[in-house]
Design a protein around this ligand. Structure first.
Ligand SMILES: O=C(O)COP(=O)(O)O
Length: 226
């Protein structure tokens, strides 16, 4: 797999912004446990890690869709989304940890006084307890959720809001994420973008079609831009 492809010379950024699920945090096992709780309650087969992991960056409805498969269209969807969210909220950080390499990168950013923040599409009532449960995330300068503003990713608005709160110009920010909407939002905000290949990304051909500025194999590649 290609590593750290660059379309421009190495740049040192004024701020790093991160997506949460599949970028900073490996949340898939807690999300998958909540999905399997819902499936069991409906007397349906549970799904494997490989299956729920692929949907873990895409929100509650996308997770339920991979669990219910062709039956999803026949279900009371709002009720099941609520059931999944309740099950997830009850055990939000049981298995969740930072991905390997995230903690050293955050420590280095803080050591060099480079601002870093979080912009996730997770709703705020889930983001807040999750971030609070992970000590490595305690020094985030901003934490913006999918419902903080009227628009979520792929809209650039939440990222532009982060830049404003941090007092940095968007083109001096790098946004790191593992989904197409992350790269779209970052580009639309005028930021540089990096794909987190350690996250819940699809196949490489699809990832390369997103045309992020960088495709990182590991968060350690962020050291090249500090
Ligand atoms: O829960 C979601 O909707 C996805 O969250 P993310 O933006 O941190 O990947």
């Amino acid at each position: 797999m290609a590593s750290s492809q660059s379309t421009s010379p190495t740049i040192e950024y004024d701020a790093f912004l991160f997506d949460l699920d599949g970028t900073l945090l490996d949340t898939a096992d807690d999300l998958g446990a909540a999905l399997n709780t819902v499936l069991r309650s409906q007397q349906l087969d549970t799904v494997s890690r490989e299956v729920y992991r692929a949907a873990a960056s895409n929100g509650a409805a996308a997770l339920l869709e991979v669990g219910f498969k062709d039956k999803w269209g026949e279900q009371p969807q709002a009720q099941l989304v609520k059931q999944l969210i309740d099950a997830y909220a009850a055990n939000i950080a049981k298995h969740t940890t930072c991905f390997a390499g995230i903690e050293p990168l955050l420590i280095e950013l803080e050591r060099k006084n480079i601002k870093w923040g979080i912009m996730t599409n997770k709703p705020g009532f889930l983001t807040a307890p999750l971030v609070a449960a992970i000590p490595a995330l305690k020094n985030a300068c901003v934490v913006i959720s999918g419902d903080t503003l009227a628009e979520a990713k792929p809209s650039p608005l939440p990222l532009l809001h982060c830049a404003k709160l941090m007092g940095v110009t968007p083109n001096r920010c790098l946004y790191i994420g593992d989904a197409l909407r992350d790269i779209q939002a970052g580009k639309a905000a005028g930021m540089h973008t990096a794909t987190a290949l350690w996250g819940y990304v699809p196949n490489l051909t699809e990832v390369l079609s997103w045309q992020a500025d960088f495709n990182w194999q590991s968060p350690i590649e962020g050291f090249n831009h500090i």
